[in-house]
Design a protein around this ligand. Structure first.
Ligand code: ADP
Ligand code: ADP
Length: 228
């Protein structure tokens, strides 16, 4: 569960990115975060995985208070959350297998179990046969599926994606959305910031629209609501 109460975020340069946000997202929801560029979407997302701290207000994620959390506990907290970026952020010299195995947080597991977990998650995203490839041997959509595999290999409760289809063509974007839908169907909360009008309007979910740092709309099965 994600709960924000009266959250403000002002960056050190004086820019206020969030201007009094209150929201509740239950376990298992699929939510699109939409809004114009510079509206505060990335800031909203960064607050949830504690990449940024709020200037004011309270944030509770999976029963962890993100205002009072100690620095040393942040890595443990982040195990609850998988993050997917627009630019994939894969390690170019490692194979697909290694990129995913690297994210696995288990030290006590046998190499055999680790191998099983990595191959299982690569199967989930349809890339079992590409395990030995390196990222530059894969298409953009395939690289994004590797980054999704990396995000879910630790079985997080929440997957957050910041414009995951921003660099992909429409057909590939659809494929990535379906991957998130199947992750969500297993009970994982999915938050996806997106500028894809086509996806939001075709695959109806809860829509939270952020404009100038406030929540302008919050609708079940909402529309994208902007021209581009
Ligand atoms: P969006 O994701 O909707 O484009 P952002 O959350 O990235 O919006 O940005 C909201 C506002 O905060 C913008 O004016 C942006 O320039 C500013 N901003 C974002 N990150 C920083 C930062 N690290 N330092 C200063 N200003 C920032
Ligand atoms: P797309 O048209 O979707 O961008 P690509 O043309 O980049 O896809 O790649 C098509 C297929 O060929 C993909 O499955 C990719 O993994 C494979 N592939 C692309 N480049 C290489 C390479 N240098 N070595 C091995 N396989 C490759």
């Amino acid at each position: 569960m994600i709960e924000m109460n009266n959250v403000y975020k002002t960056y050190p340069n004086g820019v206020t990115a969030l201007n009094g946000v209150s929201i509740k997202i239950e376990q298992g929801e699929f939510v699109y975060i939409v809004g114009p560029s510079g509206a505060g979407k990335s800031t909203f997302i960064k607050l949830i995985y504690r990449e940024e701290k709020p200037t004011e207000g309270s944030i509770l994620v999976q029963n962890t208070d993100l205002v009072t959390i100690k620095e040393k506990n942040i890595p443990y907290f982040r195990r609850n959350i998988g993050v997917v970026f627009q630019d994939f952020k894969l390690l170019p010299k490692m194979t697909i297998y290694e990129n995913v195995a690297f994210a696995l947080e288990v030290i006590e597991e046998s190499p055999r179990n680790i191998r099983k977990r990595v191959m299982d998650v690569l199967e989930t995203v349809g890339l079992k046969n590409k395990a030995r490839f390196t990222p530059n041997e894969l298409s953009g959509g395939e690289q994004q599926r590797v980054s999704i595999a990396r995000a879910i290999v630790n079985h997080p409760k929440i997957v957050i994606a910041d414009e995951p289809t921003g660099n992909l063509d429409p057909e590939t974007s659809l494929d990535i959305l379906r991957t998130f839908e199947s992750i969500n169907a297993k009970g994982t909360t999915v938050l996806m910031a997106t500028h894809s009008k086509a996806l939001v309007n075709e695959f109806k979910k809860r829509v939270i629209a952020i404009e100038s740092g406030i929540i302008a709309r919050d609708e079940d099965r909402g529309e994208y609501g902007y021209e581009i």
